[in-house]
Design a protein around this ligand. Structure first.
Ligand code: ACO
Length: 335
């Protein structure tokens, strides 16, 4: 039987600062009613001064390793669009701080689809026998790139990290990643951006305005694309392994907006309890969104060994992807 990558451990981490909707109304022209009804978010967590993406990534990864019972892995793939520095990548530092000597380590940038892209990349490394095990981490600290006065983004995003350990196995084992679907559409590149700070702005010699150094999103323009891309991608991946969408016990989709999650559920004809929701408690945590939602679903008993699970993500780029697996019998370590 050919080698498959198998999920063997899961961990997550949230930063210490809890920010409720009422907290935001003290700084922004917004209301708990607007945020809750338009997004579903009730609170999010943000990093204190001095804490960065790698700090959360290390904690989530340590918890994933402890959940797996493994002490080492041969690769670290970190999905993030808020790396500690523009250069070098953050993953080698994370690997070293985890005590993983000289393993392969690199970042994957696909914004909110980053975790599924990183999972597919690490699974490919295992299936092609380049490595026998890997940590896949999704970690972002979007609070560090949001404009403090931008009510359209500050109400949505939160910081966090989640990680899974993958090991070599076969497709018959619960936890085996059975199929992926990945896609992108660069014509939507201007819809989710940090315009300044990159080579395009630097080579143009244009001094960026403060707003251009912060994150911007045309939310309305991407709403329908998010629903359509995640729904279509999940349906294709589920079909590719011979399942029907009705076989799914749980869809763990990117936690962008409660209305998006409801719309995908309706598109796929899923009941409300077949779609994981934790964004009310953590907001949109970008690349950390899916592993944080997985950890929440395991901790609450919503996700159990043997369950048929689909993961789906959509983000800047535009990028999207999905994956399917049967959930393994692993403990979860989270905050
Ligand atoms: N409080 C009060 N009013 C607000 C707020 C706020 N926080 N934010 C915006 N408004 C106002 C707007 O100014 C607008 O006012 P107007 O009608 O007078 O112009 C009104 O509320 C409606 O704004 P919309 O942008 O039309 O609100 P919408 O219902 O579309 O919700 C949201 C916005 C939450 C961003 C939604 O469009 C969304 O979730 N989009 C998808 C996001 C997504 O999936 N992104 C991809 C993944 S994220 C990533 O890759 C990083």
């Amino acid at each position: 039987m050919r080698t498959s990558a198998v999920v063997a451990g899961l961990g997550s981490a949230l930063p210490p600062n809890r920010v409720t909707n009422d907290d935001l109304t003290k700084e922004l022209d917004t209301s708990d009613e607007w945020i809750t009804s338009r997004t579903g978010v009730r609170q999010r967590f943000t990093v204190p001064v001095g804490m960065a993406t790698s700090d959360l990534a290390v904690v989530a990864a340590q918890r994933a390793l402890s959940s797996s019972g493994m002490t080492t892995v041969e690769a670290v793939v970190l999905a993030t669009s808020t790396p500690d520095h523009p250069c070098p990548a953050t993953a080698p530092d994370v690997a070293t701080r985890l005590g993983l000597a000289q393993v392969a380590a690199f970042d994957v940038a696909a914004v909110c689809a980053g975790f599924v892209y990183a999972l597919a990349t690490a699974a490919g490394l295992i299936e092609s026998r380049v490595v026998n095990s890997a940590l896949v981490i999704g970690a972002d600290t979007f609070s560090t790139i949001l404009h403090p006065q931008d009510r359209t983004t500050r109400v949505i995003f939160g910081d966090g990290a989640g990680a899974v350990v993958l090991r070599a196995g076969n497709a018959a084992i619960d936890g085996a990643l059975l199929a992926f679907d990945l896609g992108s559409d660069g014509t939507g590149r201007d819809l989710i951006t940090v315009w300044g700070g990159g080579a395009r702005q630097r080579s143009s010699r244009i001094v960026p305005a403060a707003a251009d150094l912060h994150f911007a999103m045309q939310g309305k323009a991407v709403f329908n694309r998010a629903v359509q891309c995640m729904g279509t991608s999940v349906a294709a991946t589920v079909r590719s392994v011979g399942w029907d969408v009705t076989d799914l016990d749980l869809l763990v989709a990117h936690q962008a907006n409660a209305r998006i999650l409801r719309a995908i559920g309706q598109q796929l004809d899923l009941d409300e309890d077949q779609v994981a929701v934790n964004l009310d408690r953590v907001g949109n945590t970008v690349a950390a969104s899916i592993p944080l939602a997985l950890a929440d679903a395991v901790a609450t008993g919503r996700l159990r060994p043997g369950h048929h699970v689909a993961l789906a993500a959509f983000g800047g780029g535009l990028t999207w992807g999905s994956a399917v697996l049967r959930w393994p019998d692993i403990p979860v370590a989270m905050e």
